[in-house]
Design a protein around this ligand. Structure first.
Ligand code: NAG
Length: 305
């Protein structure tokens, strides 16, 4: 027996044996000092005349197919949930774009954290579609041509997206060098292709309802395909990052859109959702002050107040 293992075998009665005893006060401390729960930001009435620019521009948000048609087949439903996810990403783009030129020096590191989280969200979303979702849908429809246009749309914005991250990472190392107008200029470079794709993919998915191999409603094949969409949707955001992408996503969801039809989407139990925003979100709390929504409602953009 080496001395070091002998030491390890000594019974230790230390608080360190119970990580939870340490974790709880730390979490409570984080919560009390930094949670987004205590961050007040004026709520926003989007219909008010002369309302400041908000995160619904310059890229227009997507209308969900279900709101447009009331259809409930699996592709309309899948496309609708994808549209809700895309809208969180589009509000993310718009919130970065709108605020970038107005960031005060002291806020630069936090704004970079917020913006790089958006980037992480988009990259993870893109990869998870290409690697997981698209092949599964090809399998269901026995057709490998359905995503041809979508692959091209993806390629069209990847270069600009990479430039965006490169600029921010360089600025992270040297915050004085950050120039919000320059960041917005980089975003202008991929804004149109990005907007096209995030709208067009919704139409592509909804149109699969008319594919000759689309499973008939009520068959086991249809149930399986619906389950595929559902499982993908459930995992795609959480696996991207609990402490960053999840709070970013939840704080860019507008439950008032489309007459409040999606107020309870995604279907996470309220206490869990609250914990994800206010406890997981406390880790990088200062990043989230730039988000477009809080508590499922639009709020004024912090840097424009
Ligand atoms: C969809 O259903 C809702 C509620 O029944 C109704 O108010 C709305 O007009 C319908 N929309 C369309 C496009 O049929």
């Amino acid at each position: 027996m080496t001395p070091s293992t002998a030491i390890k075998q000594q019974p230790q009665r230390s608080i360190l044996d119970k990580p939870i005893l340490i974790a709880i006060p730390i979490l409570i401390g984080l919560f009390l000092t930094r949670s987004p729960f205590f961050m007040s930001a004026p709520a926003l009435d989007l219909a008010a005349p002369n309302a400041q620019p908000w995160a619904d521009t310059p890229i227009a948000l997507v209308t969900t197919p279900q709101y447009e048609t009331n259809k409930t087949d699996l592709f309309t439903t899948g496309a609708t949930h994808m549209a809700l996810l895309h809208n969180a990403i589009l509000r993310g783009f718009n919130s970065v774009y709108q605020q970038a030129p107005h960031i005060k020096p002291a806020d630069i590191p936090n704004f970079i954290g917020y913006s790089l989280t958006w980037h992480k969200f988009v990259v993870s979303h893109h990869d998870d579609e290409e690697v997981t979702l698209f092949p599964k849908v090809e399998q269901v429809l026995q057709d490998t041509a359905i995503w041809e246009g979508t692959h091209k749309e993806h390629e069209a914005f990847l270069g600009g997206l990479a430039e965006f991250a490169k600029y921010l990472r360089a600025a992270q190392a040297k915050p004085d060098s950050f120039d919000g107008a320059e960041l917005a200029r980089i975003m202008d470079g991929f804004r149109d292709s990005f907007a096209d794709h995030f709208h067009s993919e919704i139409q592509t998915i909804a149109a699969l309802a008319d594919h000759p191999n689309a499973p008939t409603l009520g068959t086991p094949e249809a149930d399986l395909a619906a389950e595929t969409f559902k499982a993908w949707g459930k995992n795609t955001v959480t696996k991207a990052g609990t402490l960053d992408v999840v709070p970013f996503f939840l704080l860019n969801l507008d439950g008032t859109a489309e007459e409040g039809k999606w107020e309870n989407w995604p279907p996470i139990p309220a206490p869990v959702k609250w914990g994800l925003v206010n406890i997981a979100g406390a880790w990088h709390a200062r990043w989230w002050q730039f988000s477009s929504c809080a508590g499922g409602k639009p709020r004024k953009l912090y840097a424009l107040q």
